[in-house]
Design a protein around this ligand. Structure first.
Ligand SMILES: [Zn+2]
Length: 251
């Protein structure tokens, strides 16, 4: 007598197979990221234990784990995106993540792993000298990313102060970063800038000026202004000091 049991139907359509592969890849990606996070955590623990007791090259250890170019580009990013941008949500990490994803797509680092690597490098390799050899590649990458992303990563302008000049308190970033233009010797380019504010003194800190509760804006002292690499023309346009000097020399 013939069996009347129905065979389980299996969907062999291209869409289903594609979905299965994607799901499997996603699981694999999660496992790899988890493994990477564990490895980084172990490295940090070991480094913390050995701090001050043994000297070795932390950047090289990370380069062996994640690849030389990945670590080198992360170091470039650390220098390029001012630390103060982490005061508005995770703007700084987002910017570094976007740049690293573009420059090292093969590294497949998760944001969590990248945050750990940045933090280890900043703690254990604070003054690594970077050669200028790759600067042009880095600049080109920043310009390409800026054309396709919402966040302008070509350049960042942050106030030249970390804490409130009046009370020494922490400055927060109440508003998202905004766009502005820098006129440089290579032509105009878009930048991202951030304003800081002291909640107790109600003072806002911009790139060149601070604005009090009376709405009057005042320039910082010459000592503080000397830290700035560009000059403010308006609150959305800036000029490189070298371009300004060249222009005035023509008059
Ligand atoms: Zn204050």
């Amino acid at each position: 007598m013939a069996s009347k049991r129905k065979r389980a139907s299996i969907d062999f359509s291209a869409e289903t197979i594609h979905k299965e592969i994607n799901d499997a890849n996603e699981v694999l990606h999660k496992i790899n990221n988890f493994k990477t996070s564990l490895e980084i955590r172990k490295i940090r623990e070991a480094l913390t234990m050995l701090k001050g007791k043994a000297h070795f090259d932390v950047a090289s250890v990370l380069a062996l784990m994640f690849g030389f170019s990945t670590i080198m580009w992360i170091l470039f990013c650390i220098r390029h995106v001012p630390k103060v941008f982490c005061r508005y949500k995770n703007t700084r990490l987002r910017a570094i993540f976007t740049i690293i994803n573009y420059l090292c797509p093969e590294s497949s680092l998760s944001e969590t792993a990248l945050r750990e690597i940045v933090s280890i490098l900043e703690e254990f390799v604070p003054n690594i000298p970077l050669t200028g050899t790759y600067t042009e590649d880095f600049e080109n990458a920043l310009n390409t990313i800026t054309k396709r992303e919402e966040l302008n990563v070509a350049g960042f302008l942050a106030p030249p102060v970390d804490n409130c000049l009046e009370c020494g308190g922490h400055l927060s970033a109440p508003n998202p970063p905004s766009k502005c233009i820098l006129y440089s010797t290579n032509g105009p380019k878009g930048l991202t800038k951030l304003l800081l504010r002291c909640a107790s003194c109600k003072i806002s800190y911009g790139y060149s000026m601070k604005t009090g509760d009376d709405k009057v804006s005042r320039y910082y002292s010459p000592e503080i202004m000397a830290k700035n690499s560009v000059l403010e023309i308006t609150n959305v346009s800036y000029v490189e000091k070298s371009l300004y000097r060249w222009q005035t020399s023509l008059m």
